[in-house]
Design a protein around this ligand. Structure first.
Ligand code: AVI
Length: 321
Protein backbone atom coordinates (compact mmCIF):
# COMPACT_ATOMS: atom_id res chain seq x y z
CA UNK A 1 0.00 0.00 0.00
CA UNK A 2 1.30 3.47 -0.86
CA UNK A 3 1.80 5.77 2.13
CA UNK A 4 -0.12 9.03 2.06
CA UNK A 5 2.16 12.11 2.12
CA UNK A 6 1.14 14.31 5.09
CA UNK A 7 -0.09 17.83 4.30
CA UNK A 8 2.16 20.75 5.29
CA UNK A 9 -0.05 21.48 8.33
CA UNK A 10 -0.04 17.85 9.44
CA UNK A 11 3.75 17.69 9.18
CA UNK A 12 4.14 20.94 11.13
CA UNK A 13 1.64 19.83 13.83
CA UNK A 14 3.37 16.48 14.22
CA UNK A 15 6.81 18.10 14.55
CA UNK A 16 5.58 20.68 17.09
CA UNK A 17 3.86 18.05 19.23
CA UNK A 18 6.91 15.79 19.19
CA UNK A 19 9.46 18.57 19.70
CA UNK A 20 7.70 20.35 22.56
CA UNK A 21 6.77 17.23 24.53
CA UNK A 22 10.28 15.76 24.61
CA UNK A 23 13.18 16.71 26.88
CA UNK A 24 15.23 18.67 25.93
CA UNK A 25 12.78 20.46 23.64
CA UNK A 26 13.56 21.03 19.98
CA UNK A 27 11.88 22.16 16.75
CA UNK A 28 13.13 21.40 13.21
CA UNK A 29 14.59 24.46 11.48
CA UNK A 30 12.78 23.82 8.21
CA UNK A 31 9.60 25.14 9.86
CA UNK A 32 11.16 28.58 10.36
CA UNK A 33 10.49 29.24 6.66
CA UNK A 34 7.03 30.68 5.99
CA UNK A 35 6.58 34.01 4.11
CA UNK A 36 8.00 35.92 7.13
CA UNK A 37 10.82 33.44 7.62
CA UNK A 38 11.71 33.68 3.91
CA UNK A 39 11.76 37.49 4.10
CA UNK A 40 13.95 37.41 7.23
CA UNK A 41 16.35 34.99 5.55
CA UNK A 42 16.61 37.41 2.59
CA UNK A 43 17.65 40.10 5.12
CA UNK A 44 20.13 37.71 6.76
CA UNK A 45 21.81 37.12 3.40
CA UNK A 46 22.44 40.88 3.09
CA UNK A 47 23.87 41.25 6.62
CA UNK A 48 27.55 42.30 6.77
CA UNK A 49 28.43 39.37 9.08
CA UNK A 50 26.61 36.65 7.09
CA UNK A 51 29.49 35.82 4.75
CA UNK A 52 28.11 32.58 3.23
CA UNK A 53 26.09 34.07 0.35
CA UNK A 54 28.81 36.53 -0.65
CA UNK A 55 31.44 33.76 -0.57
CA UNK A 56 29.43 31.51 -2.88
CA UNK A 57 28.74 34.45 -5.20
CA UNK A 58 32.49 35.16 -5.28
CA UNK A 59 33.16 31.49 -6.15
CA UNK A 60 30.68 31.67 -9.03
CA UNK A 61 32.16 34.94 -10.26
CA UNK A 62 35.73 33.59 -10.09
CA UNK A 63 35.12 30.08 -11.39
CA UNK A 64 31.99 30.23 -13.50
CA UNK A 65 33.75 29.31 -16.76
CA UNK A 66 35.45 26.30 -15.18
CA UNK A 67 32.30 25.14 -13.39
CA UNK A 68 30.04 25.55 -16.44
CA UNK A 69 32.44 23.66 -18.69
CA UNK A 70 32.60 20.78 -16.19
CA UNK A 71 28.78 20.58 -16.17
CA UNK A 72 28.76 20.47 -19.97
CA UNK A 73 31.89 18.34 -20.41
CA UNK A 74 30.30 15.23 -21.96
CA UNK A 75 28.66 17.38 -24.64
CA UNK A 76 25.30 15.66 -24.11
CA UNK A 77 22.17 17.63 -23.16
CA UNK A 78 21.36 17.74 -19.46
CA UNK A 79 18.87 18.85 -16.84
CA UNK A 80 20.23 21.28 -14.28
CA UNK A 81 18.18 20.57 -11.15
CA UNK A 82 18.52 23.04 -8.30
CA UNK A 83 17.22 21.87 -4.92
CA UNK A 84 15.93 24.79 -2.82
CA UNK A 85 16.43 27.34 -5.61
CA UNK A 86 14.96 30.32 -3.68
CA UNK A 87 15.56 33.53 -5.64
CA UNK A 88 18.23 31.81 -7.80
CA UNK A 89 20.41 34.94 -7.70
CA UNK A 90 23.79 33.16 -7.57
CA UNK A 91 22.70 30.47 -10.00
CA UNK A 92 22.02 33.12 -12.67
CA UNK A 93 25.77 33.66 -12.91
CA UNK A 94 26.18 29.99 -13.88
CA UNK A 95 23.11 29.97 -16.13
CA UNK A 96 24.47 32.90 -18.14
CA UNK A 97 27.76 31.07 -18.58
CA UNK A 98 26.05 27.80 -19.54
CA UNK A 99 23.96 29.58 -22.18
CA UNK A 100 27.18 30.71 -23.82
CA UNK A 101 28.26 27.08 -24.30
CA UNK A 102 26.88 24.85 -27.05
CA UNK A 103 25.52 22.07 -24.86
CA UNK A 104 21.72 22.29 -24.57
CA UNK A 105 20.31 22.16 -21.05
CA UNK A 106 17.10 22.72 -19.16
CA UNK A 107 17.00 24.47 -15.78
CA UNK A 108 14.70 22.86 -13.18
CA UNK A 109 14.50 25.00 -10.04
CA UNK A 110 12.88 23.11 -7.17
CA UNK A 111 11.45 24.85 -4.14
CA UNK A 112 8.80 24.22 -1.54
CA UNK A 113 7.62 27.83 -1.87
CA UNK A 114 5.28 28.49 -4.82
CA UNK A 115 5.89 32.18 -4.18
CA UNK A 116 9.67 31.93 -4.52
CA UNK A 117 9.33 29.85 -7.71
CA UNK A 118 6.95 32.18 -9.52
CA UNK A 119 9.16 35.17 -8.68
CA UNK A 120 12.20 33.30 -9.98
CA UNK A 121 10.49 32.23 -13.22
CA UNK A 122 9.37 35.80 -13.91
CA UNK A 123 12.90 37.16 -13.36
CA UNK A 124 14.47 34.47 -15.53
CA UNK A 125 12.02 35.14 -18.38
CA UNK A 126 13.09 38.77 -18.36
CA UNK A 127 16.81 38.34 -17.80
CA UNK A 128 17.50 35.13 -19.71
CA UNK A 129 14.78 34.79 -22.37
CA UNK A 130 16.64 31.94 -24.13
CA UNK A 131 16.70 29.74 -21.03
CA UNK A 132 14.55 26.60 -20.98
CA UNK A 133 13.08 26.49 -17.50
CA UNK A 134 10.72 23.93 -15.89
CA UNK A 135 10.05 24.81 -12.24
CA UNK A 136 9.00 22.14 -9.74
CA UNK A 137 7.17 22.87 -6.55
CA UNK A 138 7.61 20.27 -3.84
CA UNK A 139 9.57 18.89 -0.91
CA UNK A 140 13.00 17.32 -1.42
CA UNK A 141 11.40 13.95 -0.70
CA UNK A 142 8.84 14.30 -3.52
CA UNK A 143 11.44 15.68 -5.86
CA UNK A 144 13.91 12.86 -5.19
CA UNK A 145 11.21 10.41 -6.24
CA UNK A 146 10.72 12.33 -9.50
CA UNK A 147 14.45 12.68 -10.16
CA UNK A 148 14.77 8.93 -9.66
CA UNK A 149 12.48 8.46 -12.65
CA UNK A 150 14.77 10.54 -14.91
CA UNK A 151 17.40 7.79 -15.24
CA UNK A 152 17.64 8.12 -19.02
CA UNK A 153 18.40 11.86 -18.97
CA UNK A 154 21.74 13.34 -17.88
CA UNK A 155 21.53 15.41 -14.70
CA UNK A 156 23.52 17.97 -12.79
CA UNK A 157 22.06 18.47 -9.33
CA UNK A 158 22.79 21.70 -7.41
CA UNK A 159 22.40 22.05 -3.65
CA UNK A 160 23.83 25.47 -2.81
CA UNK A 161 24.02 27.88 0.12
CA UNK A 162 25.37 25.27 2.58
CA UNK A 163 21.79 24.11 3.02
CA UNK A 164 23.30 20.70 3.71
CA UNK A 165 24.69 22.22 6.92
CA UNK A 166 21.18 22.37 8.38
CA UNK A 167 21.21 18.57 8.51
CA UNK A 168 22.94 16.45 11.16
CA UNK A 169 25.65 14.19 9.69
CA UNK A 170 23.43 11.06 9.64
CA UNK A 171 20.63 13.00 7.89
CA UNK A 172 23.08 14.57 5.42
CA UNK A 173 24.46 11.13 4.71
CA UNK A 174 21.10 9.56 4.01
CA UNK A 175 20.20 12.53 1.80
CA UNK A 176 23.46 12.09 -0.15
CA UNK A 177 22.78 8.36 -0.46
CA UNK A 178 19.29 9.05 -1.82
CA UNK A 179 20.73 11.53 -4.32
CA UNK A 180 23.37 8.99 -5.31
CA UNK A 181 20.64 6.45 -6.07
CA UNK A 182 19.19 8.83 -8.67
CA UNK A 183 22.56 9.41 -10.40
CA UNK A 184 24.02 7.81 -13.49
CA UNK A 185 27.70 7.60 -14.61
CA UNK A 186 27.62 10.93 -16.44
CA UNK A 187 25.75 12.88 -13.76
CA UNK A 188 27.17 15.41 -11.32
CA UNK A 189 26.20 16.64 -7.90
CA UNK A 190 27.41 20.14 -6.95
CA UNK A 191 27.10 21.11 -3.29
CA UNK A 192 28.10 24.15 -1.23
CA UNK A 193 29.75 23.44 2.16
CA UNK A 194 30.57 26.27 4.56
CA UNK A 195 34.06 25.67 5.97
CA UNK A 196 35.48 25.75 9.51
CA UNK A 197 37.11 29.13 10.20
CA UNK A 198 37.80 31.61 13.02
CA UNK A 199 35.08 30.73 15.54
CA UNK A 200 34.39 34.45 16.08
CA UNK A 201 33.51 34.85 12.38
CA UNK A 202 31.03 31.97 12.55
CA UNK A 203 29.56 33.19 15.83
CA UNK A 204 29.02 36.70 14.40
CA UNK A 205 27.24 35.29 11.32
CA UNK A 206 24.55 33.77 13.55
CA UNK A 207 24.31 36.41 16.25
CA UNK A 208 23.99 39.84 14.62
CA UNK A 209 23.68 43.03 16.69
CA UNK A 210 20.55 44.12 14.77
CA UNK A 211 18.62 41.05 15.94
CA UNK A 212 17.65 39.83 12.44
CA UNK A 213 18.81 36.27 13.21
CA UNK A 214 16.99 36.46 16.52
CA UNK A 215 13.76 37.42 14.72
CA UNK A 216 14.36 34.61 12.20
CA UNK A 217 14.87 32.06 15.00
CA UNK A 218 11.81 33.30 16.90
CA UNK A 219 9.68 33.11 13.76
CA UNK A 220 9.13 29.44 14.54
CA UNK A 221 7.25 30.51 17.68
CA UNK A 222 5.30 33.12 15.71
CA UNK A 223 4.41 30.48 13.18
CA UNK A 224 3.09 28.15 15.91
CA UNK A 225 0.97 31.08 17.16
CA UNK A 226 -0.34 31.97 13.70
CA UNK A 227 -0.94 28.51 12.31
CA UNK A 228 -1.66 26.31 15.31
CA UNK A 229 -3.27 28.69 17.81
CA UNK A 230 -0.16 28.97 20.00
CA UNK A 231 0.16 31.48 22.84
CA UNK A 232 3.96 31.95 22.80
CA UNK A 233 5.33 35.36 23.79
CA UNK A 234 8.54 35.44 21.71
CA UNK A 235 9.76 38.40 23.80
CA UNK A 236 10.15 36.02 26.75
CA UNK A 237 12.71 33.92 24.90
CA UNK A 238 16.34 34.71 24.23
CA UNK A 239 18.12 33.82 20.99
CA UNK A 240 21.32 31.94 21.90
CA UNK A 241 23.99 30.76 19.49
CA UNK A 242 26.82 28.36 20.35
CA UNK A 243 29.62 27.41 17.97
CA UNK A 244 31.81 24.40 18.77
CA UNK A 245 35.04 24.76 16.75
CA UNK A 246 35.94 21.11 17.36
CA UNK A 247 32.84 19.58 15.77
CA UNK A 248 32.16 22.59 13.50
CA UNK A 249 28.55 22.75 14.68
CA UNK A 250 26.78 26.07 15.24
CA UNK A 251 23.61 25.49 17.27
CA UNK A 252 20.70 27.90 17.70
CA UNK A 253 18.51 27.88 20.77
CA UNK A 254 15.57 29.77 22.18
CA UNK A 255 15.97 30.08 25.94
CA UNK A 256 13.01 30.75 28.24
CA UNK A 257 13.72 33.84 30.37
CA UNK A 258 11.04 32.93 32.94
CA UNK A 259 8.87 29.97 33.86
CA UNK A 260 5.77 29.81 31.66
CA UNK A 261 2.91 27.73 30.43
CA UNK A 262 2.11 27.91 26.70
CA UNK A 263 -0.94 26.54 24.94
CA UNK A 264 -1.06 25.23 21.39
CA UNK A 265 -4.83 25.18 21.02
CA UNK A 266 -5.18 23.37 17.70
CA UNK A 267 -3.09 20.52 19.09
CA UNK A 268 -4.87 20.51 22.43
CA UNK A 269 -1.45 20.85 23.99
CA UNK A 270 -0.13 22.64 27.07
CA UNK A 271 3.60 23.04 27.42
CA UNK A 272 5.45 24.03 30.58
CA UNK A 273 8.78 25.87 30.53
CA UNK A 274 11.10 26.23 33.47
CA UNK A 275 13.29 29.34 33.64
CA UNK A 276 16.31 28.87 31.32
CA UNK A 277 14.80 25.85 29.62
CA UNK A 278 15.82 25.60 25.97
CA UNK A 279 14.28 24.85 22.57
CA UNK A 280 16.97 23.75 20.13
CA UNK A 281 15.94 25.10 16.72
CA UNK A 282 18.76 24.77 14.18
CA UNK A 283 22.21 23.46 13.43
CA UNK A 284 24.49 25.08 10.85
CA UNK A 285 27.34 22.64 10.31
CA UNK A 286 30.80 23.85 9.19
CA UNK A 287 33.06 21.43 7.34
CA UNK A 288 36.64 20.71 6.32
CA UNK A 289 37.93 18.56 3.45
CA UNK A 290 38.30 15.56 5.74
CA UNK A 291 34.63 15.57 6.74
CA UNK A 292 33.41 16.17 3.17
CA UNK A 293 35.64 13.31 1.97
CA UNK A 294 34.17 11.07 4.69
CA UNK A 295 30.58 12.00 3.71
CA UNK A 296 31.36 11.34 0.04
CA UNK A 297 33.00 7.97 0.75
CA UNK A 298 30.14 6.82 3.00
CA UNK A 299 27.58 7.88 0.39
CA UNK A 300 29.44 6.09 -2.43
CA UNK A 301 30.43 9.32 -4.19
CA UNK A 302 33.75 10.62 -5.49
CA UNK A 303 34.90 14.25 -5.18
CA UNK A 304 35.82 15.34 -8.69
CA UNK A 305 36.83 18.94 -7.99
CA UNK A 306 36.24 21.82 -5.64
CA UNK A 307 36.09 25.60 -5.89
CA UNK A 308 36.85 27.98 -3.02
CA UNK A 309 36.52 31.72 -2.38
CA UNK A 310 39.68 33.80 -1.90
CA UNK A 311 39.64 33.46 1.91
CA UNK A 312 38.85 29.73 1.91
CA UNK A 313 35.71 30.42 3.96
CA UNK A 314 33.46 28.33 1.72
CA UNK A 315 33.77 25.57 -0.90
CA UNK A 316 31.58 24.13 -3.63
CA UNK A 317 32.40 20.46 -4.31
CA UNK A 318 31.67 18.53 -7.49
CA UNK A 319 30.70 14.88 -6.90
CA UNK A 320 30.18 11.98 -9.31
CA UNK A 321 29.69 8.23 -8.99
C1 AVI B 1 19.72 28.21 5.00
N1 AVI B 1 20.86 27.96 5.88
C2 AVI B 1 22.01 27.47 5.13
C3 AVI B 1 21.19 29.08 6.79
C4 AVI B 1 22.44 28.73 7.63
O1 AVI B 1 23.43 29.44 7.50
O2 AVI B 1 22.41 27.74 8.36
C5 AVI B 1 20.02 29.42 7.70
C6 AVI B 1 20.36 30.47 8.73
N2 AVI B 1 20.13 30.39 10.01
C7 AVI B 1 20.53 31.48 10.62
N3 AVI B 1 21.08 32.27 9.73
C8 AVI B 1 20.98 31.67 8.53
Amino acid sequence: MQQKTPTATEAFSEAVRKGLTQYPKSLPSRFIYDARGDALFQRIMKMPGYYLTRCETEIFNRHKEAIASRFADTGSPFNLIELGAGDGKKTRLLLRELLRLDTPFSYMPVDISENALSGLVATLKQELPDLRCSPWQGTYFEVLREIGRMKDQRKVILFLGSNIGNLLHPQALSFLKELRETMGREDYLFIGFDQKKDPATVQAAYDDPEGITEAFNKNILGRINRELGGTFDPGKFRHWEVYDPETGTAKSYLVAGEPMRVEVRDLDLEVEFERWETIHTEISQKYDDRVVEWLAREAGLVIDGHYADSRGYYKDYLFRL
